[in-house]
Design a protein around this ligand. Structure first.
Ligand code: SF4
Ligand code: SF4
Length: 194
């Protein structure tokens, strides 16, 4: 997933040398009503996924457990980054949101005896009325409308390049500032203290 290059050109103006910059992109798409066509495409995808699940030998063995959220300071930095960025990476969710057999198997197992119709309803009901243009169907103005238990593994485990660099670096617990976007669209967080 190619990310726009973000330059911290005015970083020095807002933070001192001991502050670690974490640079992420920023979604600046317009919010528009979600069309009925998009909901139809989501339904179609879910029906095909539920059908594929029916032909699996042991669907209960294919359940992918919910991946836990990051904890501690790193979790705080990541949540701050994703909230300032407003879900730039969610554009890849399109009308399928990466929902696959393993995710749907998890959702059905967690809610005992969930039939196909109810499984469909759980997702369709969560499509926001207004969402970002050319982004995931669940990408509403307040963020993702699915909680972690309903999201795919892709969504629960993905970090963009900027966050990945921070999380795998050796300065995870140090005063940190998130810089999201570039130019006049850029937003910065306060300095986050461990
Ligand atoms: S992982 Fe978070 S900060 Fe990075 S692009 Fe996605 S929403 Fe933005
Ligand atoms: S399901 Fe949520 S986290 Fe995943 S791409 Fe869609 S809006 Fe983003």
């Amino acid at each position: 997933m190619k990310e726009p290059r973000v330059r911290p050109h005015n970083f020095k103006a807002v933070a001192d040398d001991d502050t670690l910059p974490v640079m992420v992109p920023r979604n600046d798409k317009a919010a528009v009503p979600i069309s009925p066509d998009r909901v139809r495409r989501l339904r179609k995808h879910l029906v095909a996924t539920l059908r594929a699940l029916r032909t699996m030998k042991n669907p209960e063995h294919s359940v992918s457990p919910v991946r836990p959220d990051l904890e501690g300071f790193a979790g705080r930095v990541a949540r701050t980054a994703c909230s300032l960025c407003k879900g730039w990476c969610c554009k890849n969710g399109e009308d399928h949101a990466f929902l696959d057999e393993r995710t749907i198997a998890r959702v059905r197992c967690a809610r005992s005896a969930l039939d196909v119709r109810s499984a469909l309803r759980i997702y369709v009901e969560r499509v926001p009325e207004v969402g970002y243009r050319n982004s995931c169907i669940f990408h509403g103005k307040q963020g993702c409308t699915l909680d972690r238990s309903l999201r795919s593994d892709v969504c629960n485990s993905y970090f963009c390049g900027g966050l990945q660099a921070y999380l795998t670096g050796d300065e995870v617990v140090t005063p940190t500032m998130v810089i999201a976007g570039a130019g006049d669209k850029m937003r910065t967080s306060p300095i986050l203290m461990p």
